[in-house]
Design a protein around this ligand. Sequence first.
Ligand code: SAH
Length: 255
Amino acid sequence: MRPAPRLYIDAPLGEGAHALSPEHARYLGQVLRLKEGAELHLFNARDGEWVYTIAAMSKRGGEAEAQTQRRSPDPATDSPILFFAPVKRTQTEFLVQKATELGVVKLQPVLTARTIRDNLRIDRLESIAMEAAEQSERLTIPAICAPIDLKTLIDSPEPFVFCDEAGDQTSEPWGGSDGRAPLAPGTFQQTNQHPKGLLIGPEGGFTPEERDALRGCVHALPVSLGPRILRAETAAIVALTLWQASFGDLRSISS
Ligand code: SAH
């Protein structure tokens, strides 16, 4: 049997009836072909997840009746913020989907000299994040913020991880091997800081000036993600996984 559809609802959930919007009614009735009596799961961060059954449905909307609570709201946990320089549209959308699956609380676009600026559609990214949350059994939807400049991030006091693939020798490919940042896993284990966010650069990397500013920033923790140069979206997945393993919900109980 197909699992019940999971929909994010930004309205109170709980005992009683819930009105279905025309969009949800269309999706449930015409796309999924569900009939009255079918089960669906509605969720949000405040009320957790509830099992409902469809009580009435038409093209103009519908009604669902609450049955039981399936999950209580999640206790507050530490979740990372992803600071990312938008890349091409498809890759940015992929990055938003994967970062949502990996538990980010917020996605913050950061404009850098080499950032691709076109096609940053916040509303489209919000719906991708919502779908990824529905699919990955999250109760919360990460916020997608309006872009900020790199300088604003550098000037803010919160500690963050700077994913730095480069070395110091500007004449060498990828800056050579001198001045490379230490590997992320060891750095995360040893640091006394508790970085709240992770910064991933654009496809063309940071300019030497931007990298100098980041390396000079006391609350930016530079890390390497290994000896290969990763695409921005791969770097985001690797960095978030390592962050979750050290500071977040992939940490083993004993550490
Ligand atoms: N310098 C490059 C590649 C940029 S990769 C170029 O000129 O094309 C995009 C971003 O992914 C980088 O800015 C960095 O934040 C991250 N990244 C990629 N590989 C990495 C690695 N091995 N270690 C740390 N960060 C990495």
